[in-house]
Design a protein around this ligand. Structure first.
Ligand code: 4AD
Ligand code: MG
Length: 465
């Protein structure tokens, strides 16, 4: 008999009174000698279907082996439920067991810590919480594509293997086919790359932006959506070594338009979650974070604050004078720490903040310089609980200024000539940003650790599964 997904069974009233077939994994089994109740989940929804088993119909020996985690197929009539907690249930006529589940199943007990579950990331997907998180993650990916498609952006694929360091932070994973046991050096003691696979030193990309700019200055507006990699040794709840980034890039966009796009995009994603992920959000709101749904609605309710970096630093310094304790110092010119960003968003303004016009020394080479010679048109979108969720900028489109900055920072020209060509041939004002997909998922799910919103996290010391 053809299988029906539980999500469809629970939403289609015409199935009541019909024979249905469900397949899934057992969440719980309880009951007595006469009647047993199996809660079955197939991943299509957070909700289970209750399977009511009359022990006269089904062999008791077969039933007693069915424990949490077992996989089975059940056939029976769908009826209105007499019990509480569900609208329909199945009066079971037959059960076929696909796989029993021995009692060393790691996800058996309720209330395991997230840290424990991370060590069993291959099995944690079957729990309610991770089911909810990864269904939401899927819907957020759909929201991303929908937003850009509807707004005339082209999905543009930038390379994962690259010879240039977009962020210039030297945090790249090298890609080589060289035999690391037999490395040849040149006279100066440098590794020879001309005989390596690509004939030069290459790495995994930290960002698709530079190639994205080539797309935008030809197609008008593009976005990337793919994995990016950072070999930064940051063991925090907000950093991954492999994370997914969404990077739109738009010709003829300037600072105000950039900030407007950032806000509109992120609000679209949050609204999409509220519209498409109701059951999962309600579950997470109840089990993980009681303020979640209210926080999501809060983001939609208000305009984001626009604040220059300089104004932000002034607010933080005043707060410090009034007794606010920060772990890291605040002074004009320093990179803001997550505690500073969260103070602005959670305590001072109580809504998302876009900081812009940052000191040029703490930002990347490609950002458009302001006339003050000190600041650049970079923007960071700061969110409650998260801190920085988006980093973006207007790009320096003036050839001479960009070249001077590349030289000042000693960025090798052999890696950058093609990028400079966009400014040499028909240059145009343009801007773009990068959203860390997992930071968005953190915000939308209320989960506390970024390792719990990507199926198989890669962090320093961890590449399991
Ligand atoms: O601010 P970042 O470094 O900016 C760029 O890479 C630009 N090239 C983007 C652009 O303008 N096209 O990174 C962008 C975003 C951050 O705001 C953050 O959300 C996320 O990427 N991010 C990380 N997420 C998880 N783990 C990490 N290690 C991350 N580093 C950055
Ligand atoms: Mg940044």
């Amino acid at each position: 008999m053809k299988r029906t997904r539980i999500v469809d069974i629970l939403s289609d009233a015409t199935l009541v009174g019909q024979q249905v077939c469900v397949k899934g994994w057992v969440r719980t089994r309880r009951g007595n000698k006469q009647v047993q109740f199996i809660a079955l989940n197939d991943g299509s929804t957070i909700k289970n279907i209750q399977i009511v088993v009359n022990t006269e119909k089904i062999d008791a020996d077969q039933l007693k082996d069915i424990t949490t985690g077992s996989c089975l197929c059940a056939v029976g009539e769908l009826v209105e439920s007499m019990g509480q907690g569900q609208s329909v249930e199945m009066q079971c006529e037959s059960i076929e067991i696909y796989g029993l589940c021995p009692n060393d199943y790691p996800m058996q007990k309720k209330g395991q810590t997230f840290e424990y579950m991370r060590k069993h990331a291959h099995m944690r997907l079957r729990t309610n919480t991770f089911g909810a998180v990864f269904r939401i993650r899927h819907h957020m990916a759909m929201a991303v594509h929908q937003f850009f498609n509807d707004n005339g952006f082209f999905y543009f694929h930038t390379p994962l293997i690259t010879a240039s360091d977009c962020e210039g932070a030297g945090e790249m994973f090298q890609v080589t086919t060289k035999n690391l046991y037999k490395l040849e050096m040149d006279d100066k003691g440098n590794i020879k790359y001309d005989d390596d696979f690509f004939g030069k030193m290459t790495s995994l990309t930290v960002s698709g932006q530079l190639e994205g700019e080539l797309g935008a200055t030809a197609l008008g507006a593009i976005y990337t959506f793919g994995p990016t990699f950072r070999a930064e040794n940051s063991n925090t709840p907000r950093h991954l070594a492999e994370f997914w980034q969404i990077e739109p890039e738009v010709a003829f966009l300037e600072l105000d338009g950039l900030m407007e796009l950032e806000e509109r995009f992120i609000k679209h994603c949050v609204r999409y979650a509220l519209d498409h992920c109701q059951d999962d959000l309600e579950f997470l709101n109840k089990m993980i974070d009681n303020g979640l749904i209210e926080r999501l609605k809060g983001v939609l309710a208000d305009d984001f604050v626009h604040l220059t970096y300089t104004e932000g630093v002034e607010i933080l310094q005043k707060a410090q004078e009034n007794g606010e304790k920060f772990e890291f110092p605040v002074a004009w010119g320093c990179d803001l720490a997550s505690e500073h960003e969260r103070y602005l968003v959670e305590k001072h303004f109580k809504k998302p903040v876009i900081l812009y016009n940052y000191p040029k020394e703490i930002k990347s080479f490609y950002m458009r310089q302001n006339d003050d010679d000190k600041t650049v048109q970079g923007t960071d979108v700061l969110f409650p609980q998260i801190g920085e969720i988006i980093g973006g900028s207007v790009r320096e489109e003036r050839y001479d200024k960009l070249l001077a900055e590349i030289e000042r920072r000693n960025i090798p020209m052999k890696d950058m000539w093609w990028y400079l060509d966009t400014r040499k041939y028909g240059t145009c004002p343009h801007a773009g940003f990068g959203l860390g997909f997992e930071r968005l998922i953190l915000f939308v799910t209320g989960m506390a650790n970024i390792r719990d919103v990507i199926p198989f996290p890669r962090t320093p010391g961890n590449a399991e599964f």
